[in-house]
Write a protein that binds this ligand. Structure first.
Ligand SMILES: [Mg+2]
Length: 91
């Protein structure tokens, strides 16, 4: 099951539009990046913010996959990518 229901994603796209939803994904990824940098570079105790921004990114990633209709294609690609990781681990 998707992270976000189709009903909510449909409403969001109708209300804000596809481009705005993609831009929001980029914004949320940037916010997560910022919190991870604070955590690692400045040893900041910000796990709650990392959790918050990870949830935001997952929600917007679900919407981006819905907009491009690539959810199944991504799901099918993951095992191939993991196979590459596995091969690199065995080198
Ligand atoms: Mg956020």
């Amino acid at each position: 099951m998707a992270v976000v229901s189709k009903k909510i994603m449909d409403k969001a796209v109708q209300k804000w539009g596809k481009s705005a939803q993609i831009l929001t994904l980029l914004e949320e990824m940037s916010e997560l990046q910022k919190e991870l940098l604070k955590n690692i570079n400045r040893n900041k105790d910000n796990l709650d913010a990392v959790i918050d921004e990870t949830a935001d990114v997952e929600i917007m990633l679900a919407q981006m996959k819905y907009i491009y209709q690539i959810d199944n294609a991504v799901r099918e690609r993951i095992p191939l990518k993991l196979e590459k990781v596995k091969r690199r681990l065995e080198d």
